[in-house]
Design a protein around this ligand. Sequence first.
Ligand code: IPM
Ligand code: MG
Length: 351
Amino acid sequence: MKIACLAGDGIGPEIMVEAKKVLDALSLDIEVADADVGGTAYKKHGHPLPPETLELCKASDAVLFGAVGDPDCDNLERHLRPEQAILGLRQALTLFANLRPATMFPGLEDMSALRPEVASQIDLLIVRELNGDVYFGEKAIRTLDDGRRQGYDFMSYAEDEVRRIAHVAFRAAQGRKKLLCSVDKANVLETSQLWRDVVIEVSGEYPDVTLSHMYVDNAAMQLVRNPGQFDVVVTGNLFGDILSDQASMCVGSIGLLASASLGERQTDHGTFGLYEPIHGSAPDIAGQGKANPMAMILSLAMLLRHSLGLEAEAAKVEAAVAKALEDGVRGGDLGGSAGTSEVGDAVVARL
Ligand code: IPM
Ligand code: MG
C-alpha cells in the first residue's frame, strides 16, 4: 500500500508531521512518499500542481493532503494560484464525492457556537459534489461594449454528474439513519431544478431511504436552528463548500473536521481518494506550532477506512482523538493551550 503525502502551505506541513506520527505508531506496512503542492510548489517549481506531484498521486492508493493557500500568491494569475492545485487534483483524479462528517465530540458542547443542548444533537454527513457546478464552468472578467467590466461564472450540472453523487449519498444514508436531505435552490436556479429532478429519479432505487429537499437558504438556517434533524445532506459544490464551514463551527471548531474526496477508481482494498482537513492553510498561525492537528489526524483515519480497508485502525485513531478531547487536550481553537506536537503526542499516547 502506498500513500502520497502533500503537506502544502501554511499550517499544512506542521499538521502533516503529526498525522505521520500517528501513522508510524500504527506500525502498518505502508509506503509513504512526499511531494510539493500549492504555493510551496509554485515557489520551487513554478506551478502549484507540478506534473511529478500528479503522477505520484496517480501511482498511490490514496493522497493525504494538508492545505493550500498562501497570501504571497493571491495576485498571481488564477491558474497559478495555490487553490488551483486542489481544484486540479479533484478534477484530474475525478474525485467527485466529498464526504464531510460533522459530529459532536462528547465534552465539546460548550465550544459550539450553538447552545449546548442544540449542538449535542449533531451527527451529520455532508456529501458535497466536487467536480462540477460554478467551480468548473466557464469564467472570466470581460469588458462589455459600453466599457463596464463584468465578471461571470457559468453554473451547470449534467444529469450524470448529479446521478453519481446521488448514488453515493443514498448509499451513505443506508449505512446511517436512512435520512437524506438534498439541498438546492430550485426555486430560482434551473441547475437546481435538474438536480432535484435527478435526485428524485435516483430515489426510486433506494426505497429504504427517506428523501427530503430543502432550499439552501433554509438549510443554512436549519443547520443552526435544529442541526439534529440532519443525517446525510447531499448538495452541489458551492453550497456544500459554504454549508460545511458552517457545520464545522456548530461542532465547536473547524480544527476538528476531516474530509474524504472519492472517485470511482478502486484500489486493492477500497476506493482511491484524497483526504484533507477542511480548514485550509491558516497563514495567520502558520509556523507557530499552534494549529490543531486533529482534523488532519481524523483525515488519516478516513484514508485508512476508505482507501486501505483498515476499518479497525481507523476506528482506533478516531477513538484516540475522542479520548484526548475527553481528557481535556485542547488546542487554541478549542480555548486551550496545547500546541500542535503536544496534541499529536497526546493522540499517539492514547492509541
Ligand atoms: C474547501 C476549500 C476549497 C474549496 C478552496 C481552497 C478552493 O474551501 O475545500 O472547502 O472551495 O473547495
Ligand atoms: Mg471551503
